[in-house]
Design a protein around this ligand. Structure first.
Ligand code: NAD
Ligand code: TYD
Length: 337
């Protein structure tokens, strides 16, 4: 198989590339197209950079000529689109690049896939397109209405609609995956779990939004990567597949687990002003992925979190370099406490 992966230098894309190169014997070529924005990091891929099947191209998915040149250069079986602006707090501060990358970038890729007759297009989307759940509502299924509430999730929802429109109008073979919150190695430390781990390791405050009781459904990144691959291989054209970890926790519970595992004091946890429009709860019903793709999450959350914390302990240089940049405390910097 010949595959184009976009956004492969980010958290999930890099885990995905390493996983399929290690586990799938039929991979002839992977082209990783990534702009290396603040979130892209080639250090995430050092294990595979000498693999002759792997090729990196620095480029922008919104750039028509770049994308056309890459897609027309070979007969590709699959494009998997991970490239995106991915942080809700940043989308609240300035949504322009979210609309540009997440919507226009997806459209440019879809057009190139159509023109060049790529066999399949997989759009990596998110549970956040469904909006927010109350405590009593059942988990999201693929039939839930799309009611995104942040500029990030609205831009991802726009991209999902475009993908389905190319399926219906142009008969392009498209599958969409929607996944809950990921955790694991190589996650950029502006996101909740790696921010709290790395801050706690340095005895810095852990800024918990609102009352800390918002709920997320946590999934290990390798379970997500396996889900995306199963949708690419066994998914049906025009279909959406939900993936989740079945691990619903309030943010404060996660914060407490992190300080406990690290042996720190929970006085590090500090309640701060809430994120505007903060979605209350996400939870995924992944029955369809199990019955149609044979996928189930394999990671146990307690051990997965411990291993992730160990990874951040063993890879201090990786996140220290990132944190020395101007990337962190984004919310606090722009909204105050
Ligand atoms: P990330 O921010 O870690 O990585 C995004 C990658 O995209 C980076 O390598 C960046 O350089 C690249 N990129 C950004 N703009 C680009 C452009 N214009 N052209 C080419 N490359 C560009 O994100 P992530 O957490 O790995 O998420 C990957 C995908 O999965 C996103 O589409 C996101 O919406 C989706 N997703 C993420 C989660 C999660 O919990 N992180 C959950 C569900 C879905
Ligand atoms: P995040 O990792 O930004 O993912 P998302 O908003 O896409 O779910 O945040 C996960 C949860 O953690 C969310 O409810 C917001 C909360 N959060 C904090 O309380 N403090 C923080 O510093 C961050 C980054 C997130």
């Amino acid at each position: 198989m010949k595959i184009i992966v976009t956004g492969g230098a980010g958290f999930i894309g890099s885990n995905f590339i390493k996983m399929i190169l290690a586990d799938c014997s039929n991979i002839q070529k992977i082209v990783n197209l990534d702009l290396l924005t603040y979130a892209g990091n080639l250090a995430n891929l050092k294990d595979v950079e000498s693999d002759s099947r792997y090729h990196f191209i620095k480029g922008d998915i919104t750039d028509y000529d770049t994308v056309e040149k890459i897609v027309s250069a070979d007969k590709f079986d699959l494009i998997v689109n991970f490239a995106a602006e991915s942080h809700v707090d940043r989308s609240i501060y300035d949504s322009r690049v979210f609309v540009h990358t997440n919507i226009l970038g997806t459209q440019v890729l879809l057009d190139a896939a159509k023109r060049n007759k790529v066999n399949r297009f997989c759009q990596v989307s998110t549970d956040e397109v469904y909006g927010s759940l109350t405590d009593k509502e059942p988990s999201f299924t693929e039939d839930n209405p799309i009611t995104p509430s942040s500029p990030y999730s609205a831009s991802k929802a726009g991209a999902d609609h475009l993908c389905l429109s190319y399926y219906h109008t142009h008969k392009l073979d498209v599958v969409i995956t929607r996944c809950s919150n990921n955790y694991g190695p190589y996650q950029f430390p502006e996101k909740f779990i790696p921010l709290f781990i790395s801050n706690a390791m340095d005895e810095k405050k852990l800024p918990l939004y609102g009352d800390g009781k918002n709920i997320r459904d946590w999934i290990h990144v390798l379970d997500h990567a396996a889900g995306v691959w199963s949708a690419c291989i066994n998914g049906k054209a025009g279909e959406v597949y939900n993936f989740g970890g079945g691990n619903e926790y309030g943010n404060i519970e996660i914060a407490n687990k992190i300080v406990d595992i690290l042996g720190k004091d929970n006085s590090l946890i500090e309640l701060v002003r809430d994120r505007p429009g903060h979605d209350w709860r996400y939870a995924m019903d992944y029955t369809k992925a199990t019955s149609e793709l044979g996928w189930i999450p394999k990671f146990n959350f307690e051990s997965g979190l411990k291993d992730t914390i160990e990874w951040y302990q063993e890879n201090r240089a990786w996140w220290e370099e990132i944190k020395s940049g101007d990337y962190l405390n984004y919310y606090e910097k722009h909204y105050g406490k």
